[in-house]
Ligand binder design. Sequence first.
Ligand code: SAM
Length: 257
Amino acid sequence: MSNENTSIHDFDLNLICEYYSNLDRQGPGSPEVTVKALSFIEGLNQTSNIVDLGCGTGGQTMVLAQHTSGKVRGIDLFPTFIDLFNKNATKLNLQERVKGLVGSMDNLPFQDEELDLIWSEGAIYNIGFERGLREWRKYLKTNGYIAVSEASWFTEKRPSEIETFWMDAYPEIDTIPNKVQQLQNAGYIPVASFILPDNCWTEYFYEPQIQVQEDFLRAKAGNKMAEDFIANQRHETQLYYKYKAFYGYVFYIGKKV
Ligand code: SAM
């Protein structure tokens, strides 16, 4: 199998988890964008219940916590990420109100109408955008908010190479107007949507990976799966630079009605 035809779905999850444990973020984003998305959300206070689903090691969760005063819980499938998350919360002296929990976004431990804000950066794709919006809605209070970032097409038509890549990686990728319509159809007022700037991919996501990839290859010398995984990561990065006019991440913010 050539690297060009290898998909992210072909790799061992433990290997992926080990790789991403070396990074502050596991997806595109930035502190500025987290704060911008938060600026559209009203009514939060010290008693607010906030959750970050698919939080990873908590890069964006800590920013969220530093700009809010309520209780913040992060949920992720991988215990290694949650260990790092809780260490990061302690380092920032946020451990009293910020907790990481191992769990799955398709089986959440919340009561109906318990939450004021559901956050999820670059992670709702794991359950699917429409399914996540619909299933998570019941946990929100009326007038509660959801804020998620999601891969989206910027144009109606795309070059076939990038279309094929995304149809394999995440066929639910869609245009911004279609995603906004899905948000509305799932029972939310679409409050805002905005495209994440280029530096969320370059400065905050791909550039920190350059050194991590070299170290990973050195540590895993002779491990074919690891070599293929890094080749796959590099291919994905090249596709971004080649086709970034056609796709990116978009933040979608909705209010439960
Ligand atoms: N939100 C983080 C960020 O922006 O850096 C991480 C984004 S990363 C692309 C996707 C995250 O979703 C990973 O941390 C992964 O472990 C997590 N994940 C995957 N499936 C999940 C599930 N079923 N439930 C909870 N988290 C999941």
